[in-house]
Design a protein around this ligand. Structure first.
Ligand SMILES: [Zn+2]
Length: 154
């Protein structure tokens, strides 16, 4: 339940459920923890603060082995009411909650988006311990393609 002020939603999500992350992960085992707090901004606008913590295993860009990465998401977002044309009075009406209408699926999407934004663009070991592992398969790695582009002179 959400408190009247400082409404808070906390929980955990299994990485296996955050499918858009899977391409960049070496392992989808484990869970991440999130905390969403609702409050009013300076102009009375509804705001959300999202924090996410937990460790993920990113796929090294060179050898595809796991690179442990500690999530540290701390995002502040203004909530734009979905669809409805609300008057300023309605928006400022404290009896209207925006968080309770956020369903679990939407929370997962929201958390997933913010995790994606927080990830390093080119995760890699400082020194890869498994030089042969690059031959291990043909896993798609979007970052590898990106890096290739950056390295080319125009
Ligand atoms: Zn590596």
């Amino acid at each position: 339940m959400f408190a009247r002020d400082g409404r808070v939603l906390e929980g955990e999500l299994p990485l296996s459920q955050l499918e858009r992350l899977h391409d960049v992960l070496a392992s989808v085992a484990g869970v991440i923890s999130y905390r969403i707090e609702g409050f009013r901004g300076e102009r009375g606008e509804p705001m959300l603060q999202l924090t996410v913590s937990g460790q993920v295993q990113l796929a090294c860009q060179r050898c595809l082995e796991a690179v442990p990465f500690e999530l540290d998401v701390d995002s502040l977002l203004e909530v734009i009411p979905e669809g409805a044309e609300m008057s300023q009075d309605e928006l400022e009406d404290d009896t209207r909650d925006f968080l309770p209408v956020v369903r679990e699926l939407v929370v997962a999407d929201f958390v997933e988006d913010e995790i994606i934004l927080s990830l390093p663009v080119a995760p890699r070991h400082e020194r890869c311990g498994f030089p042969g592992a690059a031959d291990a398969g043909e896993r798609l790695n979007p970052f590898a393609a990106l890096d290739g582009l950056k390295g080319k002179p125009n």
